[in-house]
Ligand binder design. Structure first.
Ligand code: HEM
Length: 370
């Protein structure tokens, strides 16, 4: 934890880092953000220790599933950071603590199951409407914005507003995409700075006070949780996916692209677990308390596994509840764009600064050509 706070202080003193990579320059921290990550994933061993990150790194889709389905691994302790901020630094981060205490990501066992049920029920209630809302909003934006000879920001003007309109159905409150500033979903990243954590706590508070007075706290936090987990992950996945498709053949019109059936790229390149006991994995001795980072992203580059992008949504008891929603949304997205008889050329793109976890673009300037 000392390390976390040292990093946080260092982070506070830094401005933007080149290429939006982690400022604590070390190659292991940057794998999932690097341009040649597919080559790295193929060359890496299935499992290895990283002394830079002080954790195990796992790149093999089959082994990753084994880890995620095993009781020998539990979710990381997100409350440790909260405790330090509150008890050691005297900071008030109660809104974050409240949200985390109801996030299924942060719990295991019976309590996790109960929370997951509540989240899944809320998601199911709004699934259809949110999808229809996304489609209507996307169609309108495409008609309005895709004019030959113009330049536009594909994320800010098309992808983000369409996703925001769907996410707002989940929360019941008009939310917005944070662009290059701190986003609530980033609280799951242990390396973000203290100042960013404070901004996030304020954002949660601002979100919660928008709910009508008679809304129970439990419902308000669940709806905020759904909106924020869905928003960043979807904007990130759609923007990464369209960039990878446009880069495959920049000369094709959107109507000529062979759109992948599944998302070709993800916004959540890895997740982590902590060992609950000493275990031998792939011939290596793993110790209780150690952390393992599993690269879900590596699944997308595996030649052996045809249903690769399923791994983007995790595996085991914590498998994403938004999986089928996200897959359907990708189908709607590709259906709408495949009707456009225009070419998009990327002229500028940027991922969020000070984000060492999520992938995804907040800026994606394109020219629209006949
Ligand atoms: C392409 C978009 C998405 C991706 C790549 C994605 C990815 C993931 C992954 C990898 C996990 C597992 C985390 C872990 O095991 O530690 C997860 C869990 C979760 N996701 Fe998603 N997700 C996406 C969209 C969504 C959406 C749209 C929602 C809701 C509206 C959502 C809500 C959740 C929730 C509540 C969990 C926690 C499940 C649990 O801990 O049992 N996700 N997601």
């Amino acid at each position: 934890m000392k390390k976390l706070l040292e990093h946080s202080q260092e982070d506070l003193n830094k401005t933007s880092s080149p290429g939006n990579l982690c400022p604590f320059s070390s190659s292991d921290r940057e794998i999932h953000k690097s341009k040649n990550k597919s080559a790295i994933y193929c060359e890496e061993p299935k499992l290895r220790w990283s002394s830079e990150l002080d954790r195990w790194l796992c790149f093999d889709p089959t082994l990753i599933k084994e880890v995620l389905k095993s009781d020998d691994f539990q979710v990381n302790d997100y409350f440790r950071t909260q405790e330090i901020l509150t008890n050691h630094l005297g900071l008030n981060v109660e809104h974050t603590s409240r949200l985390l205490s109801q996030f299924p990501f942060c719990h295991d066992g019976k309590f996790h199951k109960e929370l997951k049920k509540i989240y899944a029920k809320k998601l199911n209630e709004h699934h259809e409407t949110a999808l229809l809302q996304f489609e209507a909003s996307l169609k309108e934006l495409i008609t309005l914005k895709f004019k030959p000879g113009t330049t536009l920001d594909l994320v800010e003007e098309i992808i983000a507003p369409a996703i925001v309109s769907a996410a707002s159905i989940f929360s019941g409150i008009q939310s917005h995409f944070e662009g290059n500033s701190a986003s609530i979903a980033q609280l799951l990243d242990e390396t973000i700075s203290v100042s960013r954590r404070m901004k996030i706590n304020k954002k949660i508070e601002d979100f919660i006070i928008k709910f009508p007075k008679n809304t129970s706290e439990e419902i308000a936090f669940t709806r905020v949780g759904l909106a924020v987990t869905g928003l960043d992950s979807l904007v990130g996945a759609l923007s990464e996916s369209i960039v990878s498709l446009l880069n495959r053949d920049p000369n094709l019109k959107l109507s000529q692209i062979q759109w992948d059936e599944n998302l070709p790229a993800t916004s959540i390149p890895f997740i982590e677990r902590t060992l609950t006991k000493d275990t031998i994995l792939q011939g290596e001795q793993l110790k209780i308390g150690q952390t393992i980072r599993v690269y879900l992203d590596a699944g997308g580059y595996s030649k052996q596994n045809p249903t690769y992008s399923d791994l983007y949504f995790g595996a085991g008891t914590h498998t994403c509840i938004g999986k089928s929603f996200s897959k359907e949304l990708w189908t709607v997205f590709t259906k709408c764009l495949s009707k456009v008889d225009l070419r998009l050329q990327i002229i500028k793109s940027a991922r969020r600064d000070h984000d060492y976890f999520f992938n995804g673009y907040y800026l994606l300037m394109v020219t629209v050509n006949p």
